[in-house]
Write a protein that binds this ligand. Structure first.
Ligand code: ARG
Ligand code: ASP
Length: 716
């Protein structure tokens, strides 16, 4: 009886509650469609994913390196976030034509700007290849033999799927390697910028508002996919034509209300929902605090220098945003996990799991040592993880170390060249050599960072673990970090514009001299040290942990029959469904589920730099010319929150209503909910969505590019 009560309890606390989950689109029919319908979804699973007919999946794409975009017209027009288009927009900008600052809108096809290197990828097909990946694996194989057999099978299967088509294919593990799926993909390479609002709108709120609700930025930009005359991918060519998509999203102007069904379709990057208490303990009590602390030191130095000097500010804005983004995310995650007592919750889940399998002696035996093994592994892993974090976030926070150590390859290729052997010197040199004068690097700022980082490093890493060359340099300088840093920055050719110019003018001839540069010597010895000691060990423990997680995951799936398990995010196509939802961030405070332009104007009135907008926006606001984009009460909404389970990579994802129409673009999560990568909580984890009506208002009324609406299908 007691057991039964515990088991019932298990079902409540162990597993995904409503709205949690990032589901594989090809399994919606089998796993989710009835839940979705209960929540209001009106279409079929086949309309979400089909390999025979046009479906929504044909309008959802991987944008660039790690974002999502959606097709919104029959002429290959795509919508994504401003922060996803950021690097392409920056790349097209010059001082005279600063599209980040001023925005940009093509008023006709010829004005659409090619973005070199930018790609857009569609998923053609997803197949379960688990059995094939495990073919010819004998029970007698060691873990390493198993691994290499799996990799060999994967290679064959990927090549087979690709054959002589223009498609590509890759296989990814799911559920920690309990299952494998094959993705056949089509990548377009001629992508052109159609338009972007100015940064003051696209990134309104800057770092102040990042990860925070209520939110007022119109985080969007638009691009177009071009294809050859056969509608197939092609490199940039003036003769290319707009791609005709298999599916494009109709756009709803009807608006949303609290409780309405929402679905996010995109490419979430990484979640770790099935971690054990030991991993969460390490995360909250060691990893997050170390990373956050180190980033905070770096950000403070950058911030002070950027405030003092406009040139430095421009040099470091993008870098600052990058460092600040996960600094803030990890801080929120830490607080959220602590506040929700995550370690104890995980402990309870582990105990419940053991109780559940204890009914069957065979299973009890199988899982008897599982958590003991987890504990042992994490205990051994923790000191290595600390060293690894101090390498990546502390030493590698010093830019001079990072870029001078990259010359290891240059010197070794040059040696081959000088010995008359086959070599890649020219290519490697060209790829490694920075532009001089340095584009986004200020020697004095980096010197300050180096001092702070070395000080922290020396104070926290035991001497025995230190790279030997660093230790001896410190000894030479009587343990004085400041003196050591000054010695490096005063003497190195790698950080000084004048010296670097001279170095790169006679690099080949005097390479032997530059190979003895103190900055290079130190940085390369640090890199080699970590590559030889810490990194392989980290790899070893990562594999151990993965093996244990694989067993735990299999145990959960096989034993908890009442529950469906979704695989952790791994940058593959997923569906999250939920609803438009508000939340209560803390006792006595309730947030509304949407914001309007009124709030944007209020924030602007504070005069704070992050809330600057151009006068044109205020003028339009005062005219109240919101037209068909206004909500029923006449207000112009900007953003809304939903209970969809999302993560990094979901940025730019289409947010879809019950009829399969686009209602917004996903772009962030709330501060209180950043823990959702480790433990989603439906009560307060929220995704933040840009209301598509605000997007269209900006395109039409602010930018005067309303002609683009003619190619969209608007549902009024
Ligand atoms: N927090 C958002 C997501 O991870 C967007 C960040 C871009 N904006 C910024 N202000 N840094 O990626
Ligand atoms: N802002 C994130 C992204 O760029 C989304 C998130 O982490 O919620 O993908």
């Amino acid at each position: 009886m007691k057991n039964r009560i515990i088991i019932l309890f298990t079902l409540v606390s162990l597993f995904a509650k409503a709205d949690e989950g990032m589901w594989m689109p090809q399994l919606i029919q089998a796993l989710n469609i009835s839940d979705m319908k209960k929540n209001g979804f009106k279409l079929t699973a086949e309309q979400i994913y089909s390999i025979n007919k046009a479906s929504m999946k044909d309008a959802v794409a991987i944008f660039g390196g790690g974002c999502t975009a959606e097709v919104i017209s029959t002429k290959g027009l795509i919508l994504t976030n401003h922060h996803c288009g950021f690097s392409s927009i920056a790349g097209l900008s010059t001082v005279q034509n600063d599209y980040l600052k001023n925005g940009y809108w093509a008023m006709k096809a010829e004005e659409e700007l090619p973005c070199p290197g930018l790609t857009v990828t569609f998923i053609k097909r997803i197949d379960d290849v688990t059995t094939k990946v495990f073919e010819n694996i004998k029970p007698t194989f060691s873990e390493i033999q198993k691994d290499s057999a799996i990799q060999a099978n994967i290679k064959v299967l990927e090549a087979l799927a690709k054959k002589d088509s223009h498609f590509d294919a890759f296989i990814r593990p799911f559920y920690y390697g309990n299952e494998y799926y094959l993705f056949v993909i089509e990548t377009f390479k001629d992508i052109r910028l159609v338009g972007t609002p100015p940064e003051s709108i696209g990134k309104f709120g800057g770092e102040t508002d990042n990860w925070v609700w209520p939110r007022h930025n119109a985080d969007f930009s638009m691009f177009r996919i071009y294809s050859n005359k056969e509608n197939k991918p092609a490199d940039f060519n003036n003769g290319n034509i707009p791609y005709v998509p298999i599916h494009s999203f109709p756009i709803s102007l009807k608006g949303i209300e609290k409780g309405d069904f929402t679905m996010v379709y995109g490419f979430p990057g990484k979640t770790q929902e099935y971690l054990t208490s030991y991993a969460v303990d390490l995360l909250i009590n060691q990893q997050d605090p170390i990373r956050v602390g180190l980033r905070e030191k770096r950000l403070n130095i950058l911030d002070a220098d950027m405030k003092k000097n406009d040139t430095i500010r421009l040099m470091y804005t993008a870098k600052y945003a990058g460092v600040a983004n996960y600094y803030k995310k990890w801080s929120g995650e830490m607080i959220g996990l602590e506040k929700s007592d995550a370690i104890n919750k995980k402990k309870k889940q582990e105990a419940e799991f053991l109780t559940l399998v204890s009914a069957d002696p065979k299973k009890a035996e199988l899982y008897k040592n599982l958590f003991i093994e987890f504990k042992r592994t994490y205990t051994e892993y923790a000191p290595l993880s600390k060293q690894f974090d101090y390498f990546t976030e502390c030493l590698w926070g010093v830019e001079a170390f990072k870029f001078s150590s990259a010359f290891i390859n240059v010197f070794s290729e040059l040696k081959l060249k000088q010995q008359g052997k086959e070599n890649k010197f020219d290519a490697v040199y060209k790829a490694t050599k920075p532009a001089i004068p340095f584009k986004n690097f200020n020697k004095e700022t980096d010197r300050k960072i180096c001092k702070a980082m070395l000080e922290t490093y020396v104070a926290n890493i035991d001497r025995e673990f230190m790279p030997r060359f660093l230790d001896s340099l410190l000894t030479v300088h009587n343990g004085n970090v400041i003196a050591l840093t000054d010695f490096l920055y005063n003497n190195s050719s790698f950080v000084d514009n004048e010296k670097a110019k001279a170095m790169f003018s006679d690099f080949e001839k005097n390479a032997a001299l530059y190979e003895r540069d103190p900055m290079y010597l130190l940085a390369s010895s640090i890199l080699v040290h970590y590559q030889k000691t810490v990194i392989p060990q980290i790899g070893y423990y990562d594999r151990q942990i993965n093996e244990l997680q694989k067993v735990y995951m299999k145990g959960l799936i096989e034993n908890v029959k009442t529950k469906k398990f979704y695989p952790d995010a791994n940058s593959t196509l997923r569906v999250s469904f939920g609803k438009v939802a508000d939340y209560q961030p803390r006792d006595g405070v309730a947030y509304l589920h949407y914001t309007t332009i009124d709030g944007m104007v209020d924030k602007n009135k504070t005069g704070l730099e992050d809330f600057y907008v151009k006068p044109r926006l205020i003028e339009l606001f005062e005219k109240k010319d919101f037209g068909q984009y206004a909500d029923k009460n006449g207000k112009l909404r900007i953003a809304f929150t939903g209970s969809n389970h999302t993560t990094g990579g979901n940025s730019g994802s289409p947010v879809i209503n019950a009829n399969g129409e686009l209602i917004g673009t996903n772009f962030d999560r709330n501060w209180e909910g950043t823990m959702s990568d480790v433990m989603y909580n439906g009560d307060f984890c929220r995704n933040i969505v840009l209301d598509v009506r605000f997007t269209l208002w900006i395109v039409d009324k602010y930018a005067g590019a309303g002609y683009l609406l003619n190619e969209m299908k608007l549902i009024k």
